[in-house]
Unconditional design. Sequence first.
Length: 198
Amino acid sequence: MTSRAGKADNEPITILRGASVDVNARQAGLAIAGIWLLAFVAIIGVLFVAGIQKNAQVNRLRQQGVPIEVTVSGCLGEMGGSGSNLAGYNCRATFFLAGHRYSDAIPGSDFYSPGTRLRAIVVPKDPVLLSTSRALANEHASGRVFVLPTVLLVVLAVIGCALWVKRRMAPESSSVISFVRREGALGHLPGWGGQRRS
């Protein structure tokens, strides 16, 4: 008489295995490249917009700005990338315009002692747009702000052309490889590409 435990020992053991995932390396590579290209395009767009805004602000300050006097309220030090070096200062100033008191950041990274009075230029319709008279004298709308995004755009165009050429050549290369493999396989058959036996 065979025990129940013995039957259980003789029964085949079923092993559960996880489902295999077939990942196409080429498709994954194309997807990653597409994500990088989109991020590259976004960076270029942001740099172009920033350049346009900077030139527009300079023009508004020069065309619509009025001279005022601001009083420095305080400065905070800004640390560099390593966190050990002082990169500059972020100073704020207060001023009165049309009976209203405003507090705004002073452009630049110079240090000013609290209470220092500076000559500045502000746009009445946009009091946030403020610059010191000295800084504005050295600022001009220029195309130099578009140099970096233009260079990046050219690099992006070169990368895009290279990918397009590679994609166009890929089907031809696959066809040649398939033809060579097919001819090689047929060459082993009797009467095809090989010498007939006598």
